[in-house]
Design a protein around this ligand. Sequence first.
Ligand code: LLP
Length: 434
Amino acid sequence: MYFYGTTGVNKSGHLEIGGVDSVELAKNFGTPLYVYDVALIRERARGFKHAFDEQNIRAQVAYASKAFSTIAMVQLAEEEGLSLDVVSGGELYTAAAAGFPVERIHFHGNNKSREELEMALDYQIGCIVIDNFHEIELLKSICKEQTKKVNILLRVTPGIEAHTHDYILTGQEDSKFGFGLQNGQAEEALAQTLPFKYFNVLGLHCHIGSQIFETTGFLLAAKKIVEKMAEWKETISFEADVLNLGGGFGIRYTNEDEPIPPSQYVSEIIKEVKQLIDHYSLKMPEIWIEPGRSLVGDAGITLYKIGSSKDVPEVRKYLAVDGGMSDNIRPALYQAKYEAVLANRPLAQTTETVSIAGKCCESGDMLIWDLPLPETEEDDLLAVFCTGAYGYSMANNYNRLPRPAVVFVEDGKEVLVVKRESYEDLIKLDLPLK
Ligand code: LLP
């Protein structure tokens, strides 16, 4: 068994997280319950930041809040000196409600609405990452109307797609995001934005994929972008101040995954960028990255109560829990794999292989296939590891299941940071026919 962060087994033989007994958490807050190990989030954040600081590289580590956006999480990101990547009016509103320093907010998205862009200008956020020609026009018209200047990055697609372990080099990348770097779109975008007096073009952004276990893709992307920067210095005397290489750093969900430490991604990226910069005699840009999953993924654990079971003789045994694709849609959507133990007796000898089903009315609502577990009893607690990224943020009310509560634990203390949804919450926005 592999424990993450401050997770371990306490004197009562229960799973403990951040010095807090998980069985007590389930008793006090109910299940399903998302529990976050705050110390581990801090450790990850400091790991990324330190890797830049120790080499004196100007940088911003922006937490990609799509992975898990709540007021408390945004405040924790602020405490750790991170910047923040938001991708919608809702994430931006959350950041503002949390009191996040606006100058460290970066706004992404391939179809930002007029209202969302106006909101970003009202808040005076640090930077808008422009994705397409429609957005250039829209933002120009808003800036002109309001006579407001804004920092922008141009999102480009460098023609590299990372598929976890391998990279596809595509001449003309087929992606809904960004300006093609190879096909003239990036030049055109620069030509349309650089002369506009209300835009301050800071530089370029790219994001090559998610759950990436090697540095190759990041280095290839950096190379392609810096080559373009060198070309632009020659042709139009434009030198970028910022190079944003996005997120996507892989984490360990199961023992099939072998991530490298955050510091290694960063140090190899720095080395490559420095070499390229020297080679082309450019000025060293500020390097920005946008980790989401790798900051919060393995810090999250979901606690469920085990209920019914079903034996299919000589095929498999299903064990059902009190949540499922409503609180973790990743197995159904991406065939994502997870590990789990019984929270009330994590060290008990495993004696059987079971498959963990959710409670939604859909056959595809399975959380884990073929999990070794001890024989279970009703009301045993299942702890599923590594649910901190894209669990709560992709939770939904399918079958009108209320979304679970979220608890932060640190140094033996727990804090409720998101309340459990109630049945009243579920019908709050409904209006009667008459
Ligand atoms: N920056 C940009 C522009 C992105 O699009 C993303 C993720 C990130 C940063 C953060 O990537 P991360 O470090 O978290 O891998 N729902 C999927 C993940 C979708 C990621 C979308 N973009 C999942 O559950 O695996």
